[in-house]
Ligand binder design. Structure first.
Ligand code: HEC
Ligand code: HEC
Ligand code: HEC
Ligand code: HEC
Ligand code: HEC
Ligand code: HEC
Ligand code: HEC
Ligand code: HEC
Ligand code: HEC
Ligand code: HEC
Length: 293
């Protein structure tokens, strides 16, 4: 407390002086504090999405209506190709709007004008249409155990391969988000074959990553006979003959999952002798055909 005999104006003066001092101190300290603080570097300017959903109304109205399309196109297959299911317009990609991906000129029902500047395959310009949102595309898809040449595509090594070769017309009819198969295997195989890619790029191992560590010595097709299901297998040769019951049982009743390791073919490794006579050389008296044969 201030002494009560001080005049009032002194108190006001002291108060004012204190306020001015605080403001001056803050003015001096603020830049100093800023200089000491870690400061975020400014964000580099990102390429922007050519967002044009509102301009896509006329494209949608014509392409979702078979009648308007039929004014120009009569071939049934061609109509089917050009018709867009109205439901697809509401999908994750569809909502971006036709003009966002395909460009062209919105706001007109005149076909020729609308198609001015049209880009048939937007994924040829994937930097603007796709990888803007989809950065860091994986080369291996863990759940699928699948290799994809995403980085080759993005870096232009896989000449002439674009996103649409595998992902189709993302946004309508073939929308991956709706859970449809992205790229059926025959699409991959057909292209690798017709382009005469090296043999190793036509082998199962090129695309599939197995759970077992045998790829160095065996191809998947040495055991796997189906391209639909992994559990159809046929083994032409096996280091020990699998006869009798052993031909019926699961490979991994004997082998360690998943790498086929950890084995010697000694009967007593796996079977216990229930009788006192004889010894643990079971093979002297038994075969895998059955214990009492
Ligand atoms: C009046 C109807 C009509 C309008 C409006 C229209 N289209 Fe088309 N579109 C067609 C027809 C008919 C074809 C097939 C004949 C052709 O290519 O000229 C077609 C073809 C296309 C193709 C496929 C080209 C190909 O050969 O694979 C794309 C992509 C396309 N339109 C996008 C758009 C976009 C984007 C818009 C809006 C800017 C739009 N269309 C507006 C009727 C229309
Ligand atoms: C997310 C981007 C995207 C959007 C949005 C989009 N498309 Fe497409 N569209 C594609 C891609 C990719 C293809 C495949 C091009 C190719 O295979 O050459 C395609 C193909 C087409 C084709 C040819 C079909 C075919 O199978 O050959 C037509 C027609 C078409 N689009 C019209 C439209 C119309 C109309 C809209 C709006 C309702 C639209 N697209 C919205 C990406 C898009
Ligand atoms: C505006 C951002 C955006 C653009 C542009 C875009 N996508 Fe997508 N994409 C998404 C979103 C959001 C999802 C859904 C992701 C999810 O559900 O986890 C998705 C999902 C996908 C998927 C399925 C992924 C999965 O997990 O199954 C594929 C494939 C895909 N997009 C390809 C494309 C292609 C090809 C293009 C270029 C024509 C494209 N996208 C353009 C936002 C975008
Ligand atoms: C050679 C075929 C091929 C090409 C080309 C290709 N992809 Fe893919 N992509 C795939 C396959 C296969 C998957 C796995 C789909 C699944 O999960 O079933 C995939 C997955 C994706 C996913 C989902 C990734 C995730 O983390 O789940 C996105 C997004 C995607 N691709 C976008 C693109 C874009 C954008 C391009 C073009 C730059 C492209 N892809 C080119 C085959 C391809
Ligand atoms: C339109 C043709 C085409 C389609 C479809 C296609 N590929 Fe390919 N793929 C190629 C070409 C061309 C190369 C060679 C790339 C290079 O030499 O860099 C290649 C190479 C690869 C490679 C080796 C890439 C590397 O980086 O070493 C893998 C893995 C592969 N493709 C997987 C797939 C899968 C999986 C699919 C189906 C989802 C598929 N491809 C569909 C054309 C295609
Ligand atoms: C060029 C790439 C490529 C080659 C080579 C290839 N596949 Fe595939 N395979 C795929 C793609 C892509 C799928 C679809 C994956 C999906 O739907 O998630 C697939 C699916 C499968 C499936 C269905 C099970 C699953 O994972 O969905 C089996 C089984 C299969 N392949 C076996 C084989 C066998 C055996 C070979 C050798 C004869 C082989 N594949 C060669 C790309 C390939
Ligand atoms: C020595 C034979 C052999 C070879 C070589 C082999 N597999 Fe297998 N694989 C099997 C057997 C046996 C099973 C179990 C089948 C069953 O479930 O009945 C199996 C199962 C699988 C499964 C199913 C796994 C699961 O979690 O259900 C996949 C995926 C698979 N193999 C992929 C591959 C791929 C990819 C290759 C090549 C890189 C390969 N395999 C090579 C014998 C083999
Ligand atoms: C009755 C038990 C038994 C069954 C059932 C069995 N195996 Fe074997 N497998 C063996 C023995 C024993 C060896 C030899 C191990 C050694 O010599 O190191 C062997 C060796 C192998 C090898 C070589 C492993 C290596 O590291 O060199 C492969 C691959 C193999 N088996 C695959 C299979 C497949 C695939 C199946 C199912 C069709 C199968 N086996 C079923 C007992 C079995
Ligand atoms: C790596 C383990 C393993 C080895 C080594 C092995 N077996 Fe087997 N055997 C099995 C399995 C697993 C079965 C399936 C039935 C079971 O669980 O007993 C079986 C089944 C049998 C059966 C039929 C059983 C019944 O229920 O009637 C006979 C007989 C048999 N084995 C004999 C032999 C003989 C003889 C040898 C030595 C030459 C041998 N096994 C080596 C794992 C093995
Ligand atoms: C000296 C010969 C001999 C040897 C070694 C031998 N067994 Fe036997 N085992 C027999 C005879 C004999 C029987 C009775 C066959 C019958 O019932 O017709 C028998 C019966 C069995 C039975 C069937 C019992 C039942 O109740 O049906 C099993 C299981 C069996 N042996 C397992 C083994 C195993 C495991 C080994 C090695 C660890 C082994 N044996 C070693 C001679 C032998």
């Amino acid at each position: 407390m201030l002494p009560s005999h001080w005049p009032k104006w002194t108190v006001i003066l002291i108060g004012l002086a204190l306020a001015v001092f605080t403001i001056l101190l803050a003015l001096v300290l603020e830049p100093a504090a800023q200089a000491l603080m870690p400061w975020p570097t400014p964000t580099a300017t990102l390429p922007a999405l050519h967002y044009a959903a509102p301009q896509s109304r006329e494209c949608i109205l014509c392409h979702t209506n078979p009648e308007t399309l039929r004014q120009t196109v009569t071939d049934a297959a061609e109509l089917e190709r050009l018709w867009i299911d109205p439901a697809d317009v509401l999908s994750t990609h569809g909502r971006l709007g036709c003009v966002t991906c395909h460009r062209g000129t919105g706001g007109t029902t005149d076909l020729a004008v609308a198609h001015q500047g049209l880009v048939k395959d937007p994924t040829l310009h994937f930097e603007h249409e796709c990888t803007l949102c989809h950065r860091n595309l994986p080369d291996e898809i863990p759940g699928d155990r699948l290799r994809t040449p995403h980085s080759s595509v993005v870096h232009g090594l896989a000449q002439g391969v674009t996103c649409s070769d595998c992902h189709g017309a993302v946004g309508h009819g073939f929308d991956p988000v709706s859970g449809q198969v992205i790229c059926p295997m025959n699409v991959c195989m057909d292209c690798h074959k017709t382009r005469n890619l090296p043999a190793e790029l036509q082998d199962c191992n090129a695309c599939h990553i197995g759970p077992h560590d045998v790829a160095a010595v065996l191809s998947c097709s040495d055991c796997h006979t189906s391209t639909q299901r992994w559990n159809e297998i046929h083994l032409a040769v096996h280091p020990v003959e699998l006869t009798g019951w052993h031909a019926q049982i699961d490979c991994f009743d004997c082998h360690d999952w998943p790498n086929f390791g950890g084995l010697r073919y000694v009967c007593s490794d796996c079977h216990k002798r229930p009788h006192d006579f004889g010894d643990d050389n079971c093979e002297r008296c038994h075969t895998p055909e059955g214990w009492n044969k």
